[in-house]
Write a protein that binds this ligand. Sequence first.
Ligand SMILES: Nc1nc2c(ncn2[C@@H]2O[C@H](COP(=O)(O)OP(=O)(O)OP(=O)(O)O)[C@@H](O)[C@H]2O)c(=O)[nH]1
Ligand SMILES: [Mg+2]
Length: 301
Amino acid sequence: MTRAGFVALIGEPNAGKSTLTNRMVGAKVSIVTHKVQTTRARIRGVAIEGESQLVFVDTPGLFRPRRRLDRAMVAAAWGGAADADVVVLLVEAHRGVTEGVQKILEGLEDIGKGRKIALAINKIDRVQSEVLLGLTKKLNDLFPFSETFMISAEKGHGTEMLRQWLAQEVPQGPWLYPEDQIADLPMRMIAAEMTREKLTLRLHQELPYQLTVETESWEERKDGSARIEQFVYVMRDGHKGIILGNKGETIKAVSKAAREELEEFLGRRVHLFLQVKVRPNWLEESERYSEMGLSFKDGNA
Ligand SMILES: Nc1nc2c(ncn2[C@@H]2O[C@H](COP(=O)(O)OP(=O)(O)OP(=O)(O)O)[C@@H](O)[C@H]2O)c(=O)[nH]1
Ligand SMILES: [Mg+2]
């Protein structure tokens, strides 16, 4: 009597969707930063709870898109919700019912037909408990959520209860992935994401939103190590200089941090080579989108 299903995590940028995905899976499958719009495509992480296999679908944040990339990201997020068995909306406890949250609730009216939508108020570690009762009521007045959870994805509060509830909500049926699989994303993409995370953490202002990372080659070596070459695409010459840093120190530090994480993930040695390429128009190149796991067409205005 096994169960299995897709659980889409949706919410505004920075709500903690990727943190929750990693918490549920028990490993880092999706990158996390303090900046908004970190996740760009749907990332699947697999967790097992009792007889149930839960496939968490981490999605890009939902916001008012301006660029082609934004539109493709938002479309990927709504698509994730529309394909899921259960949807969990994450709302930040300290921010409450923002305009962005209200917009998402409107969008959920259609998605909610035929599937359960749960509310997870996240980052409860940041507010007093009195705030939570008011916020729960306010949100449930606005939308008929099947269930409300109060969690801290980062600290792990309340996440067990959410997981147990999801385990009984997904449909009966055979498991969708082998028991030991935790992610469903090509390794070359996971590797590119790790580098993008380290870049995003180190770079200031708008630059992280204007770059993309691709794994260009991946060579297995006889000694068991992997030789990985990645391209960092930026739009302007000046950006290249910023990423390289003084005497190349920025790119060196990024490369080291990404390599270390990759080595831990793979359990073996990695030789990582990063090259920065100036590509003024990469945001309008369809190949960049397929490399990210996004649909170029979804970005059409
Ligand atoms: N205090 C606190 N911070 C949290 C919690 N969950 C996540 N965060 C932080 O919130 C920030 C955003 O987390 P992410 O998991 O990247 O958020 P996201 O919803 O995936 O963001 P996008 O991918 O940009 O849509 C990070 O700095 C996290 O460490 C929490 O429960 N409490
Ligand atoms: Mg994310």
